[in-house]
Design a protein around this ligand. Structure first.
Ligand SMILES: Nc1nc2c(ncn2[C@@H]2O[C@H](COP(=O)(O)OP(=O)(O)O)[C@@H](O)[C@H]2O)c(=O)[nH]1
Ligand SMILES: [Mg+2]
Length: 201
C-alpha cells in the first residue's frame, strides 16, 4: 500500500448526477468503471481496507450516481455506476451514458480510469466500448481483471490473453489480475494508481 496515503481516512464525500455537483477543487481523481457486479465496490473496499465503505451488493444496478470517495484529502476514487444492467429502460440508459460521458470527457481532475473486467469471461461489448472510448479520449486506463480466485492460477495467462485480444489491448497500459477474496493484485493496483497520480502528493 501507499506510504503517502492514510487510507483509513476515507469516506464517501458526495454523490453527483452532473457537473454542478462535482467537488470544486484540484484533487486528483481516479474513476472506477465496469459492468454491474464486476466487483467495483469490492475493489474500492479492498484498496481502502474497509469492509463496506463502498456498498457491495448482489443486486446489480443499484448505484445510479457518481460516488466521490475522499481518501485522506489527497485523492478521490469516483465510483461510476455499472453498465450493462439489463433491467433499466432505454431512457435511463441514455441518461446514464450522458452522465458518464460528461464526467470522463470534461473532468480536469481525472488522472486515470480503472476499468474492471471479469477475468473469467471475454469482455462484453460494453467493456470493449468503454476501453475504446478511453483510448479515443486519451484517458490513461488501468485494466483490472477481477475474481481471479474463481479460476485456477494455471489458467490465468490464457484468460488474460483472451481479454487482451478482445480489447485490442494497448501494451503500454497496465493489466492487473485481481481478487477481492485473497487480495491478489492489491499492491500492483496501488502502484498503478500512484503512478497515474504521478507525484501530486
Ligand atoms: N469470488 C469473488 N467474488 C467477488 C470478487 N469481487 C467481487 N465479488 C462479488 O461479486 C459481487 C458483486 O461485487 P460488487 O463489488 O458489489 O460489484 P459492483 O457492482 O461492480 O460494485 C458480490 O457478491 C461480491 O462479493 C472477487 O474478487 N472474487
Ligand atoms: Mg458497486
Amino acid at each position: 500500500m501507499s506510504e503517502f496515503l492514510n487510507t483509513h481516512n476515507a469516506s464517501l464525500l458526495l454523490s453527483a448526477a452532473n457537473k454542478s455537483h462535482y467537488p470544486q477543487d484540484d484533487l486528483p481523481e481516479v474513476a472506477l468503471a465496469g459492468r454491474s457486479n464486476v466487483g467495483k465496490s469490492s475493489f474500492i473496499n479492498i484498496l481502502l481496507n474497509r469492509k463496506n465503505l463502498a456498498r457491495t451488493s448482489s443486486k446489480p444496478g443499484k448505484t445510479q450516481l457518481l460516488n466521490f470517495y475522499n481518501i485522506d484529502d489527497k485523492l478521490r476514487f469516483v465510483d461510476v455506476p455499472g453498465y450493462g444492467y439489463a433491467k433499466v429502460s432505454k431512457t435511463e440508459r441514455a441518461k446514464w451514458g450522458r452522465m458518464i460521458e460528461e464526467y470522463l470527457t470534461s473532468r480536469d481532475n481525472l488522472r486515470a480510469v480503472v476499468s474492471l473486467v471479469d477475468l473469467r469471461h471475454d469482455p462484453s461489448a460494453d467493456d470493449v466500448q468503454m476501453y475504446e472510448f478511453l483510448k479515443y479520449y486519451d484517458i490513461p486506463v488501468i485494466i483490472v481483471a477481477t475474481k481471479a480466485d474463481k479460476i485456477p492460477r494455471g489458467k490465468w495467462n490464457k484468460h488474460e490473453s483472451a481479454i487482451k485480444n478482445k480489447l485490442d489491448f494497448d501494451k503500454n497500459d497496465d493489466f492487473i489480475i485481481f481478487s477481492a477474496v485473497d487480495k491478489t493484485g492489491l499492491d500492483q493496483s496501488w502502484d498503478a494508481i500512484i503512478a497515474a497520480i504521478n507525484g501530486e502528493f
